[in-house]
Design a binder for this molecule. Structure first.
Ligand SMILES: [Zn+2]
Length: 132
């Protein structure tokens, strides 16, 4: 498999140490395993990598659910099916940098979820959750 970041740089080429390359190789040798599931957080492990993900809740609006599903798949597989980004290690830190227009990036998900909350709890709705 050829790993590439969203900027087209193959992992390990820039800023990656021997440790980084070994870490990713070890991640690639394992399948994702669910370690702990709580109401709003799931902890997954894939070899030396441990990540916390939002669970897929049934009540999420379909577009949010679809984007979150793709995001979760990207993190667990190390490859985003929406934008093609691959996970990589840079100086000891694991990351998956989605493309700017990726609909499953954390930023896109936050915007989509925020818009969905506004739809579910329009301004002036007495049942709306408090402002954070
Ligand atoms: Zn992506």
């Amino acid at each position: 498999m050829t790993r590439q970041g969203s900027d087209g740089a193959a992992y390990g080429q820039r800023g990656a140490t021997e440790y980084d390359r070994g870490f990713l190789a070890e991640v690639d040798r394992h399948q994702p395993q669910l370690v702990r599931a709580e109401r709003y957080a799931e902890t997954w492990r894939r070899g030396p990598l441990e990540v916390t993900l939002n669970p897929l809740c049934d009540w999420y609006p379909p577009p949010v659910k679809a984007a979150l599903q793709t995001y979760r798949q990207a993190v667990l597989d190390g490859h985003c099916p929406a934008c093609g980004a691959y996970s990589r290690m840079t100086e000891g830190f694991w990351d998956l940098e989605h493309g700017e227009t990726c609909t499953s990036s954390p930023e896109a998900l936050a915007l989509m979820a925020g818009a969905a909350v506004l739809e579910m709890f329009p301004a002036g709705d007495p049942d709306a959750p408090p402002e954070v």
